[in-house]
Write a protein of this length. Structure first.
Length: 430
């Protein structure tokens, strides 16, 4: 090769070092797992992370070798080129895989043990070939079920078995597991309502007893530490950066209408609540929490523009002129940096509600307070696009966040919030 005066041996040495490392990173990232329903967007994310980590090895080994790399720009070129080519390749493979599955090529042969409520599962698998399964038989467990499965496996080959009968006795389930282990068949089972109630499940052994531990959220251990560190850093930066705005907003509120500068109210759940502060955006005598304010609020609840316990009043006459500006720009929420710093809230999390509203929640919705409420979150950024977002949809977004927390999700929400605030400001209608 002529580029950079490298010999074939030097190029070959780079390839020998980089490719095995990249393949290992792809495997660890889950790019080689046999799943036909994987998302192409998630594939792209995994490719970017894996390629970036792989190129770091090259950087560490050769970045300071002037003889090998007279121009260090080649590292950036290789990084970008690798990401683009691998993403294109993965996209083509996914397209090919899904088309082959749709034609019946490469399907896993599946036997389903059915019960009274198993027909929807069978129908879903049969209707979507992209799931990668072909149902060989649907059996009800009985005296001859084990022998039937063994016979089918010898004559037709069975790849996997799914136990979908929730009423099957433990001894019978163990018999199925044992048979599958003997025949080399993968065993799957549908979880009970209790097990499916949470998306995060851990297995453990207490003494000699195997147990399944249900975690309401993956936000635990070092993840909780990382989130708290990020909260403290951002809160300190926010309080220092916006200190002049605190003064200007305070003066604007004071000169606009008589009353206090801050609105405060007890918020959270009955298990964990605190005095919540924000800049006052309503006339002081009409603010929620005062006798007059609560009376007016009850009268106006018939104008509630959304379903659910959370009241949202369009064109609320209680809001002041300065208050409308503060709400439109979200500047009334700046004091939440203080709550984040104190550990009462997090930068990202479920929306915080009044205690009286939380008491009206259905039990399944109260799970959102498994973690600290947030200054921003999935519900908040989605409401920017859809001001009429229903309460049920809002809580579903908060539940999704609780059950699928990750540092990457937090960073996405923060970036999206900044984009909406500074690039595409929302319009407040309340």
């Amino acid at each position: 090769p002529v580029i950079f005066d490298l010999t074939y041996f030097e190029y070959f040495r780079l390839i020998v070092i980089a490719i095995p490392f990249l393949l290992g990173l792809f495997a660890v990232s889950g790019l080689y797992t046999q799943k036909s329903t994987r998302s192409f967007v998630r594939e792209m994310g995994k490719v970017v992370l894996a390629v970036s980590a792989g190129l770091m090895l090259v950087v560490l080994l050769f970045f300071f070798d002037q003889h090998l790399f007279p121009s260090r720009l080649i590292i950036l070129m290789a990084w970008g080129f690798s990401i683009v080519t691998v993403i294109i390749g993965r996209g083509l493979l996914l397209f090919l895989q899904r088309n082959l599955l749709a034609k019946g090529v490469g399907l896993h042969r599946l036997v389903v043990i059915v019960g009274e409520n198993s027909s929807p599962i069978v129908d879903e698998i049969e209707d979507d070939s992209r799931l990668g399964y072909e149902i060989v038989a649907s059996l009800k467990y009985g005296p001859y079920a084990l022998s039937q499965i063994e016979k089918m496996h010898r004559t037709e080959r069975i790849d996997e078995l799914m136990q979908a009968d929730s009423n099957l006795k433990n001894d019978d389930v163990l018999s199925l597991v044992t048979l599958c282990e003997q025949l080399g068949i993968k065993f799957n089972y549908l979880p009970t309502i209790l097990e499916a109630h949470r998306t995060n499940i851990e297995t453990d052994v207490i003494g000699s007893l195997p147990v399944i531990r249900l975690r309401p959220t993956p936000l635990d251990g070092w993840g909780k530490v990382a989130k708290r560190v990020m909260d403290i850093v951002v809160a300190v930066i926010g309080l220092v950066l916006f200190a002049p705005l605190f003064l200007l907003i305070s003066l604007a509120i004071r000169f606009d209408t008589p009353g206090t500068i801050f609105f405060h109210q007890r918020r959270g759940s009955s298990f964990h609540s605190f005095e919540f502060y924000k800049f006052r955006s309503m006339h002081n005598e009409m603010s929620e929490g005062t006798e007059e304010g609560d009376r007016i609020r009850r009268q106006m609840e018939e104008r509630n523009s959304r379903r659910g316990p959370f009241v949202k009043i369009k064109d609320d006459p209680r809001v002041t002129r300065v208050g409308r500006f503060l709400r439109r720009t979200k500047l009334d929420e700046l004091p939440q940096f203080w709550h984040v710093l104190r550990g009462q809230m997090s930068l990202v999390g479920p929306r915080i509600h009044m205690i009286s509203e939380v008491e009206k929640f259905e039990n399944k919705y109260k799970r959102i307070y498994t973690i600290k409420p947030g200054a921003t979150g999935l519900a908040q950024i989605n409401q920017f696009y859809n001001p009429e977002l229903s309460f049920a949809d809002e809580v579903k977004l908060d539940l999704f966040y609780v059950e699928n927390w990750s540092v990457r999700l937090d960073l996405y929400i923060i970036a999206k919030t900044l984009f909406l605030l500074f690039v595409r400001p929302p319009k407040a209608d309340y």
